[in-house]
Design a protein around this ligand. Sequence first.
Ligand SMILES: C[S@@+](CC[C@H](N)C(=O)[O-])C[C@H]1O[C@@H](n2cnc3c(N)ncnc32)[C@H](O)[C@@H]1O
Length: 239
Amino acid sequence: MDHETIGSEDWDELILNLEATIPVYDRINRFATIGQVDKWRRMVRERLPNEDAKILEVGCGPGSFAENVSGVELVCLDPSVLMLEAAKPRVNSKRQQRGESEVEFVQGKAEELPFEDNSFDGACSLFSFRDWYDKRAGLGEVLRVLKPGAKVVIVDPAKMNRMHGVLGWLWMRFWVGAYARIICGVKDHPWKWLTKTYVTFGTTRDYVRMMEDVGFDNVTAKVVFPGMATIWEGRKPES
Ligand SMILES: C[S@@+](CC[C@H](N)C(=O)[O-])C[C@H]1O[C@@H](n2cnc3c(N)ncnc32)[C@H](O)[C@@H]1O
């Protein structure tokens, strides 16, 4: 694993471990982010276009973000069938309560998006980019499927420099790890992958550069309170 790629064996194991988190995903996520995760999700929603826009969420997981997205046509993609099976009833029952049409769920990977060029008015990815096995290829695919001028919004860990990375590692390894051990009731809990993917995750600045290299314009990165997450944004050039 490095800050761009995850080898296929590691990635397969990562997906199995992510699937094992489904029953406790939101509970541990809230604990790990000291309750900030809902605010970060709101910040992503506010940055995406609304009013009849067609939005793609890459790596929707069990639907924790998608369930509260309203007023747009949403397409949720994930490589894991188990994640999609968890997300579908959860998200669509909320949509039904709001009188909205169902979300389209698609099995697929960021690196090979099964969509036509220029199909979406916006795209987002929350706590998934770190897990993409080829981040550069995935960003290239997101760029391809966005319409000219459309925006991508990504949230994942903040790592401003080496020292910040060490603090983040300590937090995940000991604080989140201890809680996950208690909640999951086993020492060898699936949340250990949170630490593993963080170790090789690049800095906030690395991914600004990668987004620019891939072809996004107006790339920005904001480290959000309390310094645990970054929100990256970029636009597909108009021409
Ligand atoms: C931690 S969950 C994130 C769930 C959700 N987006 C949220 O807001 O909490 C990460 C998801 O990314 C998915 N994922 C991992 N690798 C991926 C890839 N290469 N392309 C798309 N999704 C991927 C996993 O299957 C998993 O469901």
